[in-house]
Design a protein around this ligand. Sequence first.
Ligand SMILES: Cc1cc2nc3c(=O)[nH]c(=O)nc-3n(C[C@H](O)[C@H](O)[C@H](O)COP(=O)(O)OP(=O)(O)OC[C@H]3O[C@@H](n4cnc5c(N)ncnc54)[C@H](O)[C@@H]3O)c2cc1C
Length: 323
Amino acid sequence: MSRKIIVIGGGLSGLAAAWTLERAGADYTLIEVKRALGGSIHTDRRGGFTSDSSQFILEKFADWPFLPALGMDEADALAPMGRYRDGALVAFTHGTGALIDALAARLTRPVMMRMAVSSLGFLSRDETMCGVCLENGVMMEARGVVIAAPARYAERMLRSLNAQAAALLEDYQYDPTLRLNLGFRADDVAVSGDANDLPAPLKFVQVLGHDRLPTRIPDGHVLVRAGMRVADLADAQAGAAAERLVREKLGITAEAVYRHVRLWPEGDPLTCYAPEHKATMAAIDAQLPQHVRLTGSDYRARRLDALFADAEAQAQAVLAAIS
Ligand SMILES: Cc1cc2nc3c(=O)[nH]c(=O)nc-3n(C[C@H](O)[C@H](O)[C@H](O)COP(=O)(O)OP(=O)(O)OC[C@H]3O[C@@H](n4cnc5c(N)ncnc54)[C@H](O)[C@@H]3O)c2cc1C
C-alpha cells in the first residue's frame, strides 16, 4: 500500500512539516495554491531595500534549533533589534523569506504549485486511505495528510471527511491587516524609532535607519514600516490611506524611493485568541484520525519556533500513524 503523505499549504508550517517528512525519508507531496511558497511570509528585495510585508521583527525567547539544522549560521542570519519582555527581538539579515528559501531548498519530493485542494475524503471503509481532491478535478490518494492551510480553507476541505471537525472550524474570524514599507532618503525624515499616539486604524509606525539593518536598508536611507487594520477588504485605496496617515504623523513631504504594500485578508487570526480555542482544538484533534493532522498559525501556535515545533509534531504523528 502507498505510504504517500500529502502536505497541503506551502507556508512556513507546511514547509516545516514537509522538511520533517524529508528528514524521515518519507514519500510526500506538497501542494500550494499560490505561485510562490511562503504563505504569509513575503520578502521584497528591490533598490537596495529588503522588506517583509508580514513577519519582520520577531520575538526570540529561546534557541532556534531549526537555523543550524537548515545550515543557517545564527550570527549571519539574524540581526539583533532590541529586547521584548524577557526575550530578544531579531530580524533576518536578508529578510524572513531567507528561511522559506532555506526550507524549500531542502525538499526533494514533488512540490505542486498553483494547485488548490478543494476537499478530502476517505477512500476505504476502514478510513486508512484518503482522497485529496484538487480544484481541477484530479484526485490524489494518500495514506496521511498534513493540512497546513488557514482554518477558513481547512474547514471546507474537511466537510466531507469529518463534518464535526469542519463545523468546529466554521466562522473562524480574521482581522485583515495591511503592511506598508516605505523607503526615503534619510535627510527627508526627521524622526526615528517607534511613533506614539497613532490615529486609528494605524497599529504601529516605525522608522529604521541603515545603522539598524545595514544589509536591508541602503546607506543614507530609512525604512518606514507601518501596520493598519483594514475594515473593508474591497477598499482599493487602503494602501494610499495608510501612506497618507503615516506621512501626516511623521511630517514627511518628500517622495518615497521605495514602496512595498500588502494586504493580508487572514492577517490576524482572531479566533485563536478566544479562551475556548484550546478546547475547540482538542475537540477537532479528537475528531480527526491520527493520519490527518492540522498545523499552522490558526490552530496551536503563532510564534516562529512554536510553529516549527507544531509542524514537526503533526508530521511525526502522521508518520507514526501510518507505519
Ligand atoms: C501582517 C502579518 C504580520 C505578522 N507578524 C508576525 C510577527 O511579527 N511575528 C510572528 O511570529 N508572526 C507574525 N505573523 C504571523 C506569521 O506570518 C504566521 O504565523 C506564519 O507565517 C503562518 O504560517 P502558516 O504556514 O501556518 O500559514 P500561512 O502562511 O497562511 O500558509 C498557508 C498556506 O496554505 C496555502 N493554501 C491555502 N489554501 C490552500 C488550498 N486550498 N490548497 C493548497 N494550499 C492552500 C496558502 O496559499 C498558504 O501558502 C504575521 C502575519 C501577518 C499576515
